[in-house]
Design a protein around this ligand. Structure first.
Ligand SMILES: Nc1nc2c(ncn2[C@@H]2O[C@H](COP(=O)(O)OP(=O)(O)OP(=O)(O)O)[C@@H](O)[C@H]2O)c(=O)[nH]1
Ligand SMILES: [Mg+2]
Length: 687
C-alpha cells in the first residue's frame, strides 16, 4: 500500500471466547476482500493469522495474529486475538491498540467465560464495540435468543442493526435495519451479496427491530431523540448519522448475525466498518501528562509497541501502533521508555507471517519494525524532541509451574537463553532457578501454555527437556533440644586429624534463621578453629539432614571441645562440627516445614460453596471473605504443595470464571504423616 491517509484507516481487534470463530471470521474477511485468493480455514490449518506450528496442530490461536485488508479504499487493520484461557492475556494489549473491539460470539454457546473476561477489560476496551453473532448456520442456534442473553449478561446497549434471513442450515442473508434492504449472500462462500427487498413475511419483525435501533441511537443524538419522541418519520440518513455518534461514544453496541465459515454477513460488516466505525482521527485525543496525541502524520511521533514476535529467521519483530506523527524507514527514533535511540531499518506491514515493506507508517496506523535492539513490548517510540512515555502494558503473574529438566549438557547450556527469547514474545511466560532446590522452574498461565512452551523450546531452539512437577522448597528444623559431644580423630598413617566439639542444639522461633553461639572459654578449642566448627555446621545445614532440605531456625551453642597440638586443623574441626550437628539434629525431634501461600480467589457467587469445600480438602483455611463487583472474594492460607494443581481445578469448578493470585506467606510444620513420605522419597532418590 502506498501513502495512507489516517482518515482511511480502521483498527479492529477481534476478541471473544475460544472456538467462537474469530480466526474463521478474519479468514472470511480476507478472502471476501481479495486479500487471499482462497478461503483458508482453521480446520485445514492454512489461515493467515494462525500460522504457528502449535496453532495449526491444535486448531486454536495462541498468539494475536496481525493482518490488514483494503475494503472500498479503506485500510482495515485486523488483530485476531486468542480466546483460549491460557492465551487470553494477548487480547488486552491488542484491544488497547485499536479503535474498535469486535466481539465474536458463538451463537450456540451463550455468554462464555473468556468473552465475559474481555468484556470486563474496562481499562483496555475502546468505547466502540461491535458484536458478531457467529455460527448461525448451525443447528440449535437463534440470533434472537443470543441477543437476549447478551443484553442481560453483558449490556443493554447491545442492539441489532441487522436480522438474519433463514435459520440454521438455511441461513442465507441479512436484513439491514438502516437501509431496509435484504442482502442475499452467495452460496459459494465468496462473501458477495445481492440486494433485494425485505421478504414480506419479515416486514413486521424488521419494523420492530428498526424501532429498537432508533431508540438506542437516539440516546446519542438530542435532535433525533426529539423527533423520535414526537413520533416523526426518521430517515435512513438520520439513523446512520446518529448510529455513528452512538458507536463513537459507546452508547450503542451494534450486533450483526453472521456465519464465518459460510461467509455470510462478513462483507456486510466490512461495509459497515467503512461507513460507521471510527477512524483513528475520530477519537478523542489521548493525553499523556500535558501532551495531547493528535492523529496527524505531520506532528511529532508517538507510537507504542504492543507486541513482540521473535522469528527464528528475521529476529525480533516489534508491532506498534502510531498515535501521533508517522514513522519513516531509515530514520532514528527515541525509545522514551528505555531512553535509547533506535534505528528504524526494516519497516513493514504485517500480513500474518508475511512482512510487506513500507516506506512509512502513518498516524493511526499499525505496523512493524524489524530488529530493534533495546525495545520491548510496552515501550514508547517517539521523536527525539517529544519524549513521552505511554502507560506500560501490564500482565498478570503466571501461577502454574513446572520444572524443566534439560536432557543433555548442551540442552542445559541453551535452555536459559532460549527461555529468555521465548519470554520476550510471551510476557506471561517466566522462569527462575530455585535457590532452594536448584531446579529450573517455568511459570505459565496453565498446563497447555507450558506444553506449548516445551514444544517451542524443541522446535525453535532445539532444546530438549523433561517437564515435571516442581519440588516443594521444604525446610528442616527441630522442636526439641539436644546436647552432643563429637570427636573426629584420624591418627593412623600420614598426617593426623583431630578435633572434638561439644554443642547444644536449640530451636529458634520461626523465621529467625540461624544463630551460632561461641561459648568456649580458656581456649579448649583454639580461636582459629572456631570458624571451622561454624563452617562445618553451616555446610551441613545447607545440605539438609532429615530429607535434604536446608535447615533453619536453630541455635548452636559451642560450649566445649578439645584440640591436639599437631593434628588439630581446620578440616578436622569442620568435620567435628558437621557430625555433631547431624547427631544433635536427629535427637532433637526434627521436623519439616512447608511453605504456605496467601491466596486470593475471585469466583462467581454460585461457585462459592464448591471452592470453599475444595480449599478445605487442600488443608487450606479461609481468613476472609468479601466481594469485588458481582464476584465473591475468598482470602485464605493454603500450603504451596496443595496449590500446584489448583489452576485447572478452579477452571473446571467455575467454568473458567474463577481467577486467583497467590504469594508466599510463611513456613509451617508439615504434618508428620506427610513428612514421612517426603523423607521416604528423598531416601529413594538418593539410593
Ligand atoms: N458451522 C460453523 N462453524 C464455524 C463457524 N465459524 C467457525 N467455525 C468453526 O469453529 C471452529 C473454531 O473456529 P476458529 O475460527 O478457530 O475459532 P477462534 O475463535 O479463532 O478460536 P481461538 O482462536 O482458539 O480462540 C473451527 O472448527 C471452525 O471451522 C461458523 O460460522 N459456522
Ligand atoms: Mg483463533
Amino acid at each position: 500500500m502506498s501513502q495512507i491517509i489516517s482518515e482511511h484507516i480502521r483498527n479492529i481487534a477481534v476478541v471473544g471466547h475460544g472456538d467462537a470463530g474469530k480466526t474463521s471470521f478474519v479468514s472470511a474477511a480476507l478472502y471476501a476482500s481479495g486479500s487471499t485468493n482462497r478461503f483458508f480455514s482453521v480446520d485445514e490449518g492454512n489461515t493467515i493469522t494462525d500460522f504457528d506450528d502449535d496453532e495449526i496442530r491444535r486448531k486454536i490461536s495462541i498468539s494475536t495474529g496481525i493482518c490488514y485488508t483494503a475494503w472500498k479504499k479503506i485500510k482495515i487493520n485486523i488483530l485476531d486475538t486468542p480466546g483460549y484461557s491460557d492465551f487470553i492475556c494477548d487480547a488486552f494489549p491488542a484491544l488497547r491498540s485499536v479503535d474498535t473491539a469486535v466481539f465474536v460470539v458463538n451463537a450456540g454457546a451463550g455468554v462464555e467465560c473468556n468473552l465475559e473476561k474481555v468484556w470486563e477489560a474496562e481499562k483496555d476496551l475502546p468505547a466502540s464495540r461491535v458484536i458478531l453473532v457467529n455460527k448461525l448456520d448451525r443447528e440449535n442456534t437463534s440470533f434472537d435468543s443470543s441477543i437476549e442473553l447478551l443484553q442481560t449478561e453483558l449490556s443493554k446497549r447491545i442492539v441489532p442493526i441487522a436480522l438474519p434471513v433463514g435459520k440454521e442450515a438455511s441461513f442465507k442473508g441479512l436484513i439491514c435495519l438502516i437501509t431496509q434492504k435484504m442482502y442475499r449472500f452467495d452460496e459459494s462462500g465468496s462473501g458477495k451479496y445481492t440486494i433485494e427487498d425485505i421478504p414480506r413475511d419479515m416486514a413486521d419483525d424488521a419494523e420492530m427491530a428498526r424501532a429498537a435501533l432508533i431508540e438506542a441511537v437516539a440516546e446519542a443524538d438530542d435532535e433525533l431523540l426529539e423527533k423520535y419522541l414526537e413520533g416523526e418519520e426518521i430517515t435512513s440518513r438520520e439513523i446512520a448519522n446518529g448510529l455513528k455518534l452512538a458507536i463513537l461514544n459507546g452508547i450503542a453496541y451494534p450486533a450483526i448475525p453472521i456465519s464465518a465459515s459460510k461467509n455470510i454477513g462478513v462483507t456486510y460488516f466490512l461495509d459497515f466498518s467503512v461507513d460507521y466505525l471510527p477512524s483513528p482521527c475520530d477519537l478523542p485525543h489521548r493525553k499523556i501528562n500535558e501532551t495531547e496525541l493528535i492523529c496527524d502524520s505531520g506532528r511529532s511521533l508517538v507510537a507504542q509497541i504492543f507486541k513482540t514476535i521473535i522469528d527464528p529467521y528475521t529476529g525480533k519483530i516489534s508491532v506498534f501502533r502510531v498515535y501521533s506523527g508517522s514513522i519513516q524507514a531509515d530514520s532514528t527514533v527515541r525509545n522514551a521508555t528505555r531512553k535509547e535511540n533506535e534505528k528504524i531499518t526494516g519497516l513493514c506491514n504485517l500480513f500474518g507471517k508475511t512482512q510487506n515493506p513500507a516506506s512509512s507508517i502513518a498516524a493511526g496506523d499499525i505496523g512493524v519494525v524489524i530488529k530493534l535492539k533495546e525495545s520491548r513490548t510496552g515501550d514508547t517510540l517517539c521523536s527525539p524532541d517529544q519524549p513521552v512515555v505511554m502507560d506500560p502494558i501490564e500482565y498478570p503473574d503466571p501461577l502454574f509451574s513446572q520444572t524443566f529438566v534439560p536432557e543433555s549438557k548442551s540442552d542445559e547450556e541453551k535452555i536459559s537463553t532460549s527461555l529468555t527469547r521465548l519470554a520476550e514474545e510471551d510476557p506471561t511466560l517466566r522462569y527462575r532457578r530455585s535457590s532452594e532446590t536448584n531446579e529450573l522452574i517455568v511459570f505459565g498461565m496453565g498446563q497447555l501454555h507450558l506444553e506449548v512452551t516445551h514444544n517451542r523450546l524443541k522446535r525453535k531452539y532445539g532444546v530438549s527437556a523433561i517437564m515435571k512437577s516442581p519440588k516443594i522448597p521444604y525446610r528442616e528444623t527441630v522442636k526439641g533440644n539436644a546436647d552432643v559431644r563429637y570427636r573426629h580423630k584420624k591418627q593412623s598413617g600420614g598426617a593426623g586429624q583431630f578435633g572434638e566439639v561439644a554443642i547444644r542444639l536449640k530451636p529458634l522461633p520461626h523465621g529467625e534463621g540461624f544463630v551460632f553461639d561461641n561459648m568456649i572459654v580458656g581456649g579448649v578449642i583454639p580461636g582459629q578453629y572456631i570458624p571451622s566448627v561454624e563452617k562445618g555446621v553451616r555446610n551441613t545445614m545447607g545440605e539438609g539432614i532429615l530429607a535434604g532440605y536446608p535447615v533453619t531456625d536453630i541455635k548452636v551453642e559451642l560450649y566445649d571441645g578439645k584440640s591436639h597440638p599437631v593434628d588439630s586443623k581446620d578440616i578436622a574441626f569442620q568435620i567435628a562440627g558437621a557430625m555433631a550437628l547431624k547427631q544433635a539434629f536427629m535427637q532433637a525431634n526434627p521436623i519439616l516445614l512447608e511453605p504456605v501461600m496467601s491466596v486470593k480467589i475471585i469466583v462467581p457467587e454460585a461457585n462459592m460453596g464448591d471452592v470453599m469445600g475444595d480449599l478445605a480438602s487442600r488443608r487450606g483455611r479461609v481468613t476472609g471473605m468479601g466481594n469485588e463487583g458481582n464476584k465473591q472474594v475468598i482470602n485464605g492460607l493454603v500450603p504451596m504443595a496443595e496449590m500446584l494443581k489448583f489452576e485447572p481445578e478452579l477452571r473446571s469448578m467455575t467454568g473458567g470464571r474463577g481467577t486467583f493470585s497467590m504469594e508466599f506467606d510463611h513456613y509451617e510444620e508439615l504434618p508428620s504423616h506427610l513428612a514421612e513420605s517426603v523423607v521416604a522419597e528423598t531416601k529413594k532418590s538418593r539410593e
